[in-house]
Design a protein around this ligand. Structure first.
Ligand code: GUN
Ligand code: ZN
Length: 430
């Protein structure tokens, strides 16, 4: 059945180019029109130019609002939603004291269903329409998240966490069960609707050589499946990896040894890398995921954006909830900006937007589906209200440009600034 089209009138900002360039200035339409039909975008441009051609479309008037593409959060943990903001630990004791006990609750499928619902609600309320979400070790926890995401026709990329050592017994799988369960989940979910699968070894310390080796085999067998893991986040973690894998040149080299450094491999954190690691990430077309709120909250370190850019590594922004302290990607960019300031290398709001939309979409070969507002892509978009509260109203009196709106909302905004979140053409935010 074909539906009539809808014309959304608003200011519009996105990146239409399909060549990778973090310095891209984007396409801005102060009085813009976005035409949507059957879940996909049909046209985008100036209202005055498009309106005559779509005179019969249903008109939705979002004047004085800013439409941007649906946001991509490239790294976070759905079981950690309820343990966001736990005081005082760094990575390894934080995992032991808070994370592992929380993730044990996902033994119960009913609990998974409940938390998947809360998690997806948080994403939608904050304008995130695509997420790379770690599940727990339990196979059914991944099912619960994919089922919940499917209700919204959302592009969800997730995977069962694999870990067979250095964690509580209740959270351990085995090399064979990790391989079997991951493969079952790939067959069940990868490409089903908008869902995609990510092989998810938690990090090198919690996987045996045998487990990494079997997961590496799966990675080779399924080259278009994603891989997500943690890399070089915390100094004690790095020392530990050195002692567990003495033969490997570096932490990244552990994953490389098991064939997991390749396109569609996402490495969370990448804080304390050697020059050779940056080069290897670039050469392999893997992605370094910058998680600013988490890196500050867990006292892990400052992401070296200059080095990543100098080596032409694909970079993506992410919240890393619950090590990260906000589901809001704009707030997350705001913290990335502050980290850049400390290094005399501030990241502009346009660059920030790029790292949560078109940048990762291109890096993951998904730009004909998500990341921009080009005709043919899914109608995943966010309507921001720059006047959502009194302070924003005052600040907007000095408004300069679409980029200025985004910048201000990245510091003074929150989910209240997200007026609507559309996924595949449907308003999902309630
Ligand atoms: N390294 C291994 N597991 C985790 C996790 O759950 N969160 C973070 N931030 N780092 C990790
Ligand atoms: Zn993480």
């Amino acid at each position: 059945m074909t539906h009539s089209s809808t014309l959304y009138r608003a200011s519009i900002l996105h990146f239409s180019q399909t060549t990778h360039n973090i310095g891209d200035q984007g396409d801005y339409f102060a009085d813009g029109a976005l035409i949507v039909q059957n879940a996909r975008i049909v046209a985008v441009g100036h209202f005055s130019e498009l309106a005559p051609d779509y005179a019969t479309s249903v008109l939705v008037d979002y004047r004085n609002r800013l439409i941007i593409p649906g946001l991509i959060d490239s790294h976070l943990h759905y079981p950690q939603t309820e343990m966001i903001a736990k005081y005082g630990e760094q990575l390894l004791t934080w995992l032991e004291n808070f994370t592992f006990p929380t993730e044990q609750k996902f033994e119960s499928y009913t609990y998974c269903e409940l938390m998947a619902k809360h998690f997806v609600t948080q994403l939608i309320n904050n304008g995130t329409t695509t997420a790379f979400a770690y599940s727990s070790v339990h196979k059914h926890a991944a099912d619960a998240l994919f089922i919940e995401a499917s209700k919204h026709n959302m592009a969800m990329i997730s995977g069962k966490v694999c870990m067979d050592r250095h964690c509580p017994d209740a959270l351990k799988d085995t090399p064979a069960s990790a391989q079997r369960d991951s493969e079952d989940l790939i067959n069940k979910w990868h490409g089903k609707g908008r869902n995609l699968y990510a092989l998810t070894p938690r990090f090198a310390p919690t996987s045996s050589h045998e487990q990494l080796s079997l997961l590496g085999e799966l990675a080779q067998q399924y080259p278009d499946v994603f891989i997500q893991t943690h890399l070089s986040e915390n100094q004690s973690e790095i020392d530990w990896v050195k002692s567990l894998f003495p033969k490997q040149k570096s932490y990244l080299d552990v994953y490389d040894h098991y064939n997991m450094v390749r396109p569609r491999a996402l490495f969370g954190h990448c804080l304390h890398l050697e020059q050779q690691d940056w080069q290897r990430l670039a050469e392999a077309k893997a992605t370094a995921v910058f998680c600013p709120t988490s890196n500050l909250f867990l006292g892990s370190g400052l992401f070296n954006l200059k080095e990543a850019q100098a080596n032409d590594v694909s970079i993506a922004l992410a919240t890393d909830v619950g090590g990260g302290t906000s589901f809001n990607m704009l707030r997350t960019y705001g913290e990335a900006y502050k980290i850049g300031q400390l290094q005399n290398n501030p990241l502009s709001a346009l660059e920030g937007l790029y790292l949560m939309t078109q940048g990762p979409a291109l890096a993951y070969s998904m730009a004909d589906e998500i990341g921009n507002l080009n005709p043919g892509t899914f109608a995943d978009f966010v309507v921001l209200d720059p006047h959502f509260n009194q302070l924003a109203e005052l600040r907007m009196a000095n408004f300069e440009s679409g980029e200025d709106i985004l910048f201000a909302l990245s510091f003074i905004g929150d989910e209240r600034a997200v007026e609507a979140t559309y996924i595949a053409g449907k308003q999902c935010k309630v």
